[in-house]
Design a protein around this ligand. Sequence first.
Ligand code: ATP
Ligand code: LTN
Length: 327
Amino acid sequence: MKRVFSGVQPTGNIHLGNYLGALKQFVELQNDHECIYCIVDEHAITVPQDPKELRRHILDVAALYLAIGIDPKKSIIFVQSQVSGHAELGWVLCCNSYTGELSRMTQFKAKSGGKESVGTGLLTYPVLMAADILLYDTDIVPVGNDQKQHIELTRDIAIRINNKYGETFVVPDGRFMKAGARIMALDDPEQKMSKSAENIHSRISLLDEDSKIKKSIMRATTDSDGEIRFDPVNKPGVSNLLNIYSALSGKTVDEIIAGQNWRGYGDLKKELVAVTQEALTPIKQNYNEIRESEELIRILKDGAERANAIAEPVMKRVRDKFGLGLK
Ligand code: ATP
Ligand code: LTN
């Protein structure tokens, strides 16, 4: 069985972009792959976090993992900082990466742009991500399109070390959804839907009430020609709505357009509201049952043990290849 690894930051507001780009794949993959899903709290602290909130968000994401259908009997779910190999391997990889390649990363440029001082963690963020992946001899990494560059970097670092020290790491592949890989902000379809955007109507969070879902979709930015057509360059707003519809319903964009006698964007938006509400209702119900249960902590502790059992032999291999420590 091929091994799958992915991670989500515990930074609140998990949204439709996260779900359709990444989380939905997590569920699909668990039947015929060995899956490891991480809550990457060490990535979250690359920007300032309130400690109490961070702890809360870790459990929020864990509960969401379960609520969308990740089954802890099939998949490992755990918190990054509970397995020390991530930070340890992160350091080894830092010593084998270059400031030049890291400062070229789009996400780094976006997050550091315009700031007077930039934390080192923001620069080395993708190296820690590479460590997450390589620590488990991962074959497949399901993520959204925005992580493509980081997966490439992970591959480059793995190949570089394999060439220099002999076969050390499995070189992983990214896995991207057809329809959901890049969901755009509802209020500005030139930007990706993001947790941190100020306008709450730019995104739909997985736990949003039906009334909020309706409001956000009905006021989504479109254009003035009134034609329902998939054309991301000239009609990014409408194309984004079609994309979300397609990813949620499993229908192709052509099927959606041909399936009804649409009378305008209002019609499309109303249908999308219904499809979204229907998809999120069971997730919200599951979430509320799971979030307060004692079981959650037990699952995460058990997950960390199972993850560590896979990570430790890989770390030993790395120490041996690099001549670290004692034999
Ligand atoms: P955000 O940009 O919303 O703050 P993020 O990318 O910083 O999110 P994560 O929570 O770690 O942080 O992302 C989890 C997963 O969601 C990643 O695989 C990422 O590629 C994916 N993802 C994030 N935004 C989108 C989007 N708009 N469309 C599709 N996938 C996305
Ligand atoms: N960088 C990712 C989150 C992330 C991740 C990972 C994804 C951290 N470690 C390992 C896949 C595999 C993000 O910002 N979305």
